[in-house]
Design a protein around this ligand. Sequence first.
Ligand SMILES: Nc1ncnc2c1ncn2[C@@H]1O[C@H](COP(=O)(O)OP(=O)(O)OP(=O)(O)O)[C@@H](O)[C@H]1O
Length: 223
Amino acid sequence: MIEFEEVTYGYGGGPLLADVSLKLAPGSFHFLTGPSGAGKTTLLKLCYGDLIAQQGRVALFGQDARLLSRDDVALMRRRIGVVHQDQRFLDHLSVAENVALPLTVSGRSATEADIRELIGWVGLENQQFAYPPELSGGERQRAALARAIIMSPEVILADEPTGNVDWEMSLRLLKLMVELNRMGKTIMIATHDLNLIRAAKQQVQARVLRIANHRLQLAGANL
Ligand SMILES: Nc1ncnc2c1ncn2[C@@H]1O[C@H](COP(=O)(O)OP(=O)(O)OP(=O)(O)O)[C@@H](O)[C@H]1O
């Protein structure tokens, strides 16, 4: 679904990521870890075509990311749902309207019942008419997840989805991710939280990738 071949990327002043090869197979579950500033968000951006490799090749659903037309990018964005680190809601729209926004902007619609069902699935049924500034950190993360999956993407990329939430909420978010994976979705979660990874490994077969010294490595069994 997403494949990197010897990808190098930097923001000037030397490569941040060097010779990164990676394959996200359908239905796989990956964690991406590494120190702050190692390049986790950058790698995720390469995965959804927000950044283009400076060397090497990124293929998204078999297509070279460099050669995607504007229409291809729009289609690909439906196939890859992203939970951003800073959730970026429109504060004048309700939670339900924010969640439905990707549909609205792509000219599609869903029934109110469908949106309500999704909001209920992430446990925000009582907050659907609230506005983003009224939500707690964990509620914002769950609203961001609902918005990322409203288009039924095949791949879900989440950047620190459990940042700034307590352990109970982290486990709740993890459970949602595991359920999505069981529905066949391909998942990649960037996180610092090794306890979260340990908890996940009891529920799902997950590979752990670590960025260290600009390279991507497969982390060993003992985290
Ligand atoms: N647009 C940009 N221009 C210049 N430098 C950038 C840009 N975006 C990120 N960087 C730098 O690249 C490095 C990696 O950033 P990135 O956000 O990918 O790391 P990260 O591993 O996700 O970090 P964190 O765990 O703190 O979120 C950092 O040093 C950051 O300052």
